[in-house]
Design a protein around this ligand. Structure first.
Ligand code: NAD
Length: 489
């Protein structure tokens, strides 16, 4: 486990020497201390990235050349996958198979953007001009120094969604992981070194968001901030970016609906509802946390859901068979329990779940199903970011769509029905950036990811993810020999 910051290809102690404890959420044991970067470290990291972009080889390499490094980083993650997965579990609490899945996806993300980097070579789009005296073309170029700020729910995976496309595009960057889960992001520095990445191309700073994160987003030498996290911090990033017109992309929260029609297979519906809210302890931005069930299916589905939710094995993510680990930290644990209490005060019924009694240390919340939740209750409106689902019946398709869309968020939405035409109709009506039909949550590197409304700006993954790190340049050439004749007749 790293104890220093990764700046300009070197491991260095933070200028002000601070550290932050790393706490295992299953045992509450402090098992490590990470370096806490502050403003002078941000200054050094941005200077390194700036120099690597302005004077170094990275943006001047061909896409094919950059792809070699990206593939080496993918391999570096795969070579260390068992060890990195255990770090992720101790840092975040998630079950080991989920951590292994995430890291496989993180490696795949580097391979995918290696392919796209190769496709950038020679990418020139001729522009047909109406004025035949000129020709024009459009080319795309790396946009400069990027800062990537990521949350704690999928630590290395969220980092990879930004680092891989930024490097593929030819940007240089500073990665700022969440203070609660920085271990694997710091290891990415070691993986970059082993891959031979030139100094300054990737810098990794662990530390508090309000300190080093703020210093990075305020830095005038930064061209782009890519952020995944909460809405309030997203707003701060937009405000900071506005000052020097930084490029900003934001992946924020959600309160995503899952509409289940009565012709659905009840077992499949229960399986996908649970996957949509209990995977990763519900700490998933796209979690389908509002379930709407057509009235004829509501009572039997609720009974099966409560029965199956009660069977989910809760435990330390490192124990075989665990399907639900602890929440990431004390703050999140208190927050989720407060949400459940408040839901009851506001009229909801806890059909199952809540605080886990008798497990001793650790931040345990059982899979929780809330019924009778008023539409104005916080539990229905606000993102809880825990294993808590609200479920209610509906009578008509129009009512279901109206309820689904009645949110300030618009990240994801899901629909299940045996009627394909109905699924397509409802998918078209959802105001959300990601729509799942007959499932919830499957996520693919090739497909665009991001939200409508207050769920964010821009898209990650796929070719859209690469666009985040490219500028488009127009090059126009005069080809006519005729005099222009404006001033000189
Ligand atoms: P958060 O906003 O508290 O923190 C996210 C990151 O921002 C962390 O690295 C943090 O250190 C940093 N940060 C905090 N204050 C900062 C500041 N002033 N300046 C710069 N950086 C700062 O979010 P979180 O609690 O870590 O993550 C949970 C949130 O993330 C949820 O709202 C969730 O929905 C969202 N999320 C969204 C997606 C998506 O793709 N849309 C994916 C995962 C998580």
């Amino acid at each position: 486990m790293q104890t220093q910051l990764f700046i300009n290809g070197q491991w260095v102690a933070p200028v002000q020497g601070g550290t932050l404890p790393v706490i295992d959420p299953a045992t509450e044991e402090v098992f490590h201390h990470i370096p806490a970067a502050t403003a002078p470290d941000a200054e050094a990291a941005v200077a390194a990235a700036r120099a690597a972009f302005d004077h170094g080889p990275w943006p001047r390499l061909t896409g094919k050349e950059r792809a070699v490094y990206l593939r080496a980083m993918a391999q570096g993650i795969r070579d260390r996958l068992p060890e990195l997965a255990r770090l992720e579990v101790r840092d975040n609490g998630k079950p080991l198979p989920e951590a292994e899945w995430d890291l496989g996806d993180a490696a795949g993300c580097f391979d995918y953007y290696a392919d796209l980097a190769e496709e950038l070579d020679g990418e020139v789009e001729p522009i047909a001009l109406a004025d035949g005296r000129f020709t024009a073309k459009a080319v795309r170029e790396p946009l400069g120094v990027a800062v990537a700020i990521v949350p704690w729910n999928y630590p290395l995976l969220m980092a990879s969604w930004k680092v891989a496309p930024a490097l593929a595009a030819g940007c240089t960057m500073v990665l700022k992981p969440a203070e609660t889960t920085s271990l694997t992001a710091l290891e990415l520095g070691a993986i970059a070194t082993a891959a031979g990445l030139p100094p300054g191309v990737l810098n990794v700073l662990s530390g508090k968001g309000s300190v080093v994160g703020q210093a990075l987003i305020d830095h005038p030498q930064v061209d782009k901030v890519a952020f995944t996290g909460s809405g309030p911090v997203g707003s701060r990033i937009m405000a900071a970016g506005a000052r020097d017109i930084k490029r900003v992309s934001l992946e924020l929260g959600g309160k995503s609906p899952f509409v289940v029609f009565a012709d659905s297979d009840i077992e499949k519906a229960v399986e996908w509802i649970m996957f949509g809210i209990f995977w990763n302890q519900g700490q998933v931005c796209s979690a389908t946390s509002r379930v709407l069930v057509e009235r004829a299916l509501y009572a039997p589905l609720l009974a099966r859901l409560v029965e199956e939710a009660g069977k989910i094995s809760i435990g330390n993510g490192l124990e075989p068979g665990t399907l639900l680990g602890p929440l990431v930290n004390k703050g999140q644990y208190d927050d989720v329990l407060r949400h459940i209490e408040r839901a009851v005060e506001q009229g909801a019924t806890v059909a199952c779940g809540g605080k886990v009694a008798g497990r001793g240390k650790g931040f345990w919340v059982a899979p929780t199903v809330l019924t009778d939740v008023p539409l104005t209750a916080d539990a229905w409106v606000e993102e809880i970011f825990g294993p808590v689902v609200c479920i209610r019946p509906f009578d008509t398709e129009d009512e279901a769509i109206a309820l689904a869309n009645d949110s300030r968020f618009g990240l994801a939405a899901a629909v299940m029905s045996a009627d394909d035409a109905r699924c397509e109709r409802v998918a078209a009506a959802f105001r959300a950036g990601i729509v799942w039909i007959n499932c919830s949550q499957p996520t693919f590197t090739e497909a665009p990811w991001g939200g409508y409304k207050q769920s964010g700006i821009g898209r990650e993954l796929g070719r859209w993810g690469l666009d985040n790190y490219l500028e488009t340049k127009q090059i126009t050439r005069l080809v006519s020999n005729d005099p222009w004749g404006w001033y000189i007749k």
